[in-house]
Unconditional design. Structure first.
Length: 262
């Protein structure tokens, strides 16, 4: 008589299980993320078409406005993308409550979703970067720089996911989750999205210096335009780390609160 071996259990097994489920559900619902790609590409094309000659005419020769704008388009594409709406569905239909009755590691319930998010986020960044290359952007750091550029964008998008997950766990309300993108507006527009830092004046100049997105964009632009400027790239990584620390803390505290309530 053959022996029946129990399924291996542990953190990594739980993480793999939750991640694979999230990835499968993501692949079944690609249209939900179409706007995350279409909207930033649209604004990239419009901004370059409308402002390129004006901006380049007022800066030293060699300033490439397309390369200046590409990080903005990528950041717009990857920020706020998450499986938080799917988590709301799991909350509303009781699936999350049933999971909480099992010995699954609680942290993997979010980390698995975030793993799927990271794969989706990086896949959204790639076509935007390809568009920039097609339009003639010359990447100063070569192929390796493109890889680092996409990974940096992916890490930023991942760092931001904690906010919509926190809202989903606290409210279980799809409308509240859909409105989470409003959190990104200060990060998106109170920064060097359209003009370099030296062109900013007054309170806007102060706001851009306090905005972590400014340092992210500087690092990404350095990779594209000037090379391996480790000072700028290091500041970009610190900005990602700061954002991730805040959003993940809020998200995992929200998860702990929901676990305690159940």
């Amino acid at each position: 008589m053959s022996r029946v071996h129990p399924r291996a259990a542990g953190f990594w097994t739980d993480l793999r299980t939750v991640s694979l489920r999230s990835i499968r559900l993501t692949l079944r619902d690609p249209e939900a993320f179409g706007p995350a790609l279409v909207i930033p590409v649209f604004f990239f094309v419009v901004n370059v078409g409308a402002l390129q000659k004006f901006v380049e005419g007022n800066f030293p020769p060699g300033f490439d406005y397309k390369a200046f704008q590409l990080p903005v388009a990528v950041v717009f594409a990857v920020t706020g993308v998450s499986r938080a709406n799917a988590l709301v569905v799991d909350i509303q239909d009781g699936y999350l409550d049933r999971l909480l009755l099992t010995p699954v590691r609680r942290g993997t319930l979010l980390l698995g979703l975030m793993t799927a998010d990271f794969l989706l986020i990086t896949s959204l960044a790639v076509p935007v970067v390809l568009l920039g290359l097609i339009l003639g952007i010359d990447v100063a750091t070569g192929v390796l720089g493109i890889v680092v550029f996409v990974l940096l964008a992916g890490l930023w998008g991942l760092a931001f996911t904690g906010f919509p997950y926190a809202i989903a766990l606290r409210t279980g309300n799809p409308t509240a989750v859909n409105n989470a993108f409003l959190l990104f507006f200060p990060f998106a527009f109170l920064t060097t999205a359209y003009l370099p830092q030296e062109a900013m004046t007054g309170w806007l100049a102060t706001a851009t210096k306090l905005n972590p997105t400014t340092y992210l964009l500087e690092g990404m632009r350095a990779i594209l335009q000037t090379g391996w400027e480790w000072n700028s790239i290091g500041k970009a990584l610190l900005a990602v780390g700061l954002m991730g620390t805040i959003s993940f803390t809020v998200a995992f505290r929200s998860l702990a609160g929901r676990v305690n309530r159940n």
